[in-house]
Design a protein around this ligand. Sequence first.
Ligand code: ARG
Length: 591
Amino acid sequence: PPYIKNVSAMLRSAFAIAVEKAFPKTGVAKLVQVGPSSHPRFGDYQCNAAMAINKALQNSSLNPRSIADRIVANFPIDPFGLVDKFEVAGPGFINIYMGKEFVVEEIRSYMINGVKPRPVKPLRVMVDFSSPNVAKEMHVGHLRSTIIGEVISRLIEYQGHHLLRINHIGDWGTQFGMLIAYLKEKYTDGFPDRMEVHELQESYKESKKRFDSDEDFKKRAYQAVVKLQNKEKEHYDAWKWICNTSRLEFEKIYKRLGVTILERGESFYQDYMVKIVKFLESGNFLEEDEGRKVMFPKAKGLIPLTIVKSDGGFTYDTSDMAAIKQRVEDENLDWIVYVTDGGQATHFQVIFDCAERAGILDRTKVRVQHVCFGVVLGEDKKKFKTRSGDTVRLRELLDEGVKRARDKLLEKGRDKEMTEEELLQAQESLAYGCIKYSDLAHNRNHEYLFSFDKMLDDKGNTAVYLLYAYTRIKSIARKADVSEEQLRDYAKSSAFEISHEKELKLSKTLLKFPEVLDRILEDLYIHPLCELMYDICTSFTEFYDSCYCIEVDKPTGLKTVNMNRLVLCEATAVLLKQCFDLLGIRPVSKM
Ligand code: ARG
């Protein structure tokens, strides 16, 4: 079959069969785990099940080593030649050495068929990400959500699922009454044609001050909320103007980052919020609490949701309860992913719990996942802010990234063979690539230190290093005057082989991709993909340093190309390109 193979998973099922045959009906087959070895002297993969099985069986005539021997002896017939040999080592580790023919076949398939994931039953999935708030500056937390959410979306689409990317923007609530009342007072002759989001944010802050200090204004703000809710033209238009002003700014950011997302903010759920309150009320799920209506989750020790405020208004909680019902029942989703900072972990825990309690959500049927991430820190290890303590404007941040990327390219003299157009492309690819990659390469749960110096370093696991490596790899085949077509034909032929130790090492690293992919689709931690890309590039460098791909005969200038090695270069490029695509990073041909 033309799809990529997950070696760990194949070995795991083969070992499960072997264990079942060796120890029938004991239930120990479920103890089997297979993973990559920690060191080449322990083979390519390792299975450590013998120790666990020994414990579970408590059979004094056996020990882990004899158990391991027995498992190996029962290993099923291996039609793919996946395993070259086993080695039972130490207290009962089974070291597994991959068969070379299997590696050759896989690389051949990467070349001929591309890197296509194993088909699965397509699910209906929604990724709720980015989700900034109207009339407020989009901040670095939203940037993280945008970057991580986009990659998760790409991975899910790549796997072949149906995907909805939803921008759950904060565009509804009583605060808009306040803002509208304030703006109408300020712009008596109509709103300006254009306004920057930070000006809007200033107005928002001012309106809040007035609301808290001026009783008359407070009254007008409440009236404005009612008029807005009744969709009275003047107020409704004012609200649309506010949303549009913000939207223009958000869209600029998305365009630069290559993000596509459908806007479906809190305002979309207006009617659903009214309905969810009735629904929860009729199910007796709501309790009175100092004038508020709250809903407690099943789990003890968690704060309840506020479904209706004491002034009758709805909250963030109300909109998320309405949204989850709409998503499960109307959208018929199998899997919902929410991407926000870790500060909202409890919020989602309670939403999921309450949705289950109310019979809206059945977690055995619908997978709901909150993907959280840590706060962004500046170079001073404090919360990322401008020097004056304001929130950093994303547009300015991206501009600075582009400028720094340009400086980097010029400093390294990379612009020498570039036209101005190519330089522009390279600097953007580099800037956005670096900003995305340095976010993605870290465990998303951890705090994340935003540093242009670090992300633009050309050594270490950075986008710069990877992008340079990729362009270098692509240039090898170009220099050899061999077309991709010719390489594919050669890979198809029986002449193609992998012989040198470093060729084999590089190939085996490429074959790790399917298992990394499968794991990411489970836990949605993306950094292992970045680690793999880095491993691929370092293995490539080792390979390239010890294996000539093109040899030039000095006196005559004649070139001899090693087609086997050029195929490996191309296979590496194909896989790296796929990884870049998944990460939303655009490599350019010159860098
Ligand atoms: N607008 C929210 C914020 O800025 C994020 C919304 C996330 N999605 C959701 N369904 N609650 O924090």
